[in-house]
Design a protein around this ligand. Structure first.
Ligand code: FAD
Ligand code: UDP
Length: 400
C-alpha cells in the first residue's frame, strides 16, 4: 500500500472520487490497527487516541468514513444517507452525551406509514391503524386492547417472528403488515426467524404514531459524516481509505487489531460463511419539495419489490426546492448489512467466537464483528465498554 493513501477525512460530500489531503505515515508503528471506520471502529479510535494516548491506524475498504451511517450531499445538494435511513435514538444519557462532544443535534421523531393495498396506515400498529384498516371507531386504549385480544391467537410457545406477532395481533394484521415485508427483507418466512426481529416493532393501543419511544431521538445537525470527521480529528489517528485489511496488515504493524468487519471473513470462513442479508439502494431526486407525508413509507406487499422508500428531507430538516428519496431492495449477495437472527446462525457465530476468545491480539466489535442486530447507540455502547475492557487489560499488564 502506498503511504500516500493515508488520508484525513473531509467534509460533507461523497469522497468516492476526490483525492483528499495525504499524510505520510511510512515506517510508522501503531499501537492499534482498527479495521472499519463505522461507529464501532471510530469510537474506539477516538477513545484509544485521545483518552488512552495510543497511536491508531484506522482502515476501511470503502472510500469514506462513517460505515453504514455515511451521509453526503447528492448531485442536487440534498443530504442523503448512502446506505438507507439512519435515525439516532437511545435511552442512554451516557451514550448521547459522549456523541454530543462531536455534534450538535436536531430533534427528530421518526414516523412511518405502511402502504396496505393503497391505504397509508401508521406502523407500529396503533389505534389509528385499527380504525383505519377496519373502519372502526375504537375510542380508547381499553377498546383497542379488547379488539386486539379478540384477534390474538393463543400459542403454546412464542419462538419465531411469526409467533410473536400472531400472539399479539392475530393472523389478519400479521399478513397485512409483517408477512410480506419480512419475507422480502430477510428472504425467509417469519416462522424461520427469531422472535427478536419482529419484536422490535411494538403494538400500541393509544394513538402514538412515533416509530421509536426512546427518551432521546435526534439527528446529527450537520449529518453523520461531519460527526465522524470530528470523532476522528486527532493527531494520533491516521486513516487509510479504500484499504483492505488483508493488504494493510502486510504493510503496517500494530500490537493489537480491532476488527469491526465480519468475524467469519477474519477467520477465512473456516467453519463456513455466516449468513448476512444485503441491500441495494436506488436513489432518486424529484423536482418537487415533497413526495411523501413522512420520512419512510413501508411496502409490506410482496407484489412490490422494494421494502421501503425514504425521503431524506423529513429526517434532516433540510429546506430545498427538490427532494431525494431512496428505495431499498433486500438481497442475498452483496455487502453484509444485517446478521440474520436464527439459532443455527448463532451456533455458527459461537464457533467463531471461541476462536476469537483464544486470539489475544485481536478484538471483535460492532454489528458484523459480533454478529448482533445492533442499532447505532448499541454499537457505541459496546465500543465504549470494549475500550474500558482494553484499558483494564493494559493496566493489569503494567501491574504484572
Ligand atoms: P459498519 O457501519 O458496517 O462498519 C464496518 C466497516 O468495516 C464498514 O465500513 C466496512 O467497509 C469495513 N470493513 C469490513 N471489513 C473490512 C475489511 N476486511 N477491510 C477494510 N474494511 C472493512 N441503527 C440505528 O440506530 N437507527 C437506524 O435508523 C438505523 N437504520 C439502519 C438502516 C439500514 C439500512 C442499516 C443497514 C442499518 C441501520 N442501522 C440503524 C444500524 C446501523 O447501521 C449500525 O448499528 C451501525 O452502523 C453499525 O456500525 P459498525 O461500526 O458496527 O458497522
Ligand atoms: N417489519 C415488518 N413490517 C414493517 C416493519 C417491520 O414486517 O412494516 C419487520 C421486518 O421483519 C423488519 C423487522 O420488523 O425486518 C424490524 O423492523 P425495523 O424497522 O426495526 O428494521 P430495520 O430498520 O432495522 O431494517
Amino acid at each position: 500500500l502506498d503511504a500516500a493513501m493515508v488520508r484525513r477525512a473531509q467534509s460533507g460530500q461523497d469522497h468516492s472520487h476526490s483525492p483528499l489531503s495525504h499524510r505520510n505515515s511510512s515506517g510508522k508503528r501503531y499501537d492499534y490497527l482498527i479495521v472499519g471506520a463505522g461507529f464501532a471502529g471510530s469510537v474506539l479510535a477516538e477513545r484509544l487516541a485521545s483518552d488512552g494516548g495510543k497511536r491508531v491506524l484506522l482502515c476501511d475498504r470503502r472510500p469514506h468514513i462513517g460505515g453504514n451511517a455515511y451521509d453526503f450531499h447528492d448531485a442536487s445538494g440534498i443530504l442523503v444517507h448512502k446506505y438507507g435511513p439512519h435515525i439516532f435514538h437511545t435511552n442512554s444519557d451516557a451514550i448521547f452525551s459522549y456523541l454530543s462532544r462531536f455534534t450538535a443535534w436536531r430533534s427528530y421523531e421518526h414516523r412511518v406509514l405502511a402502504d396496505v393495498a393503497g391505504t397509508l396506515l401508521p406502523i407500529p400498529i396503533n389505534r389509528t391503524t385499527l380504525n383505519g384498516l377496519y373502519g372502526l371507531d375504537l375510542r380508547n386504549d381499553v377498546q383497542a386492547a379488547a379488539f386486539l385480544a379478540s384477534r390474538a391467537e393463543n400459542l403454546e410457545a412464542i419462538i419465531s417472528s411469526k409467533d410473536v406477532v400472531v400472539a399479539t395481533v392475530g393472523s389478519d394484521l400479521y399478513r397485512a403488515f409483517f408477512e410480506g415485508y419480512t419475507r422480502k427483507q430477510w428472504g425467509l418466512d417469519p416462522s424461520e426467524l427469531d422472535k427478536s426481529v419482529t419484536a422490535r416493532i411494538p403494538t400500541r393501543t393509544d394513538t402514538d404514531d412515533r416509530y421509536f419511544q426512546d427518551s432521546i431521538q435526534a439527528m446529527p445537525l450537520h449529518g453523520y459524516t461531519r460527526m465522524f470527521e470530528n470523532i476522528l480529528d486527532h493527531d494520533n489517528i491516521d486513516i487509510l481509505l479504500e484499504a483492505e485489511f488483508s493488504d494493510v496488515r502486510k504493510d503496517y504493524k500494530a500490537a493489537h487489531t480491532i476488527f469491526t468487519g465480519p468475524i467469519d471473513e477474519y477467520y477465512g470462513y473456516r467453519f463456513g460463511a455466516l449468513p448476512y442479508r444485503s441491500l441495494q439502494f436506488q436513489h432518486e431526486t424529484h423536482d418537487k419539495r415533497r413526495v411523501q407525508p413522512v420520512g419512510v413509507i413501508n411496502y409490506p406487499s410482496e407484489e412490490i419489490p422494494y421494502t421501503r422508500i425514504t425521503e431524506y428531507k423529513h429526517l434532516t430538516g433540510q429546506v430545498h426546492p427538490k427532494t431525494s428519496v431512496s428505495y431499498e431492495f433486500a438481497c442475498a449477495e452483496g455487502d453484509p448489512y444485517y446478521p440474520i437472527p436464527r439459532p443455527e446462525n448463532q451456533a455458527l457465530f459461537k464457533r467463531y467466537e471461541q476462536l476469537a476468545n483464544a486470539s489475544p491480539n485481536v478484538t471483535f466489535v460492532g454489528r458484523l464483528g459480533t454478529y448482533k442486530y445492533y442499532n447505532m447507540d448499541q454499537v457505541v455502547g459496546q465500543a465504549l465498554a470494549t475500550y474500558r475492557r482494553l484499558q483494564a487489560v493494559t493496566s493489569d499488564e503494567k501491574v504484572a
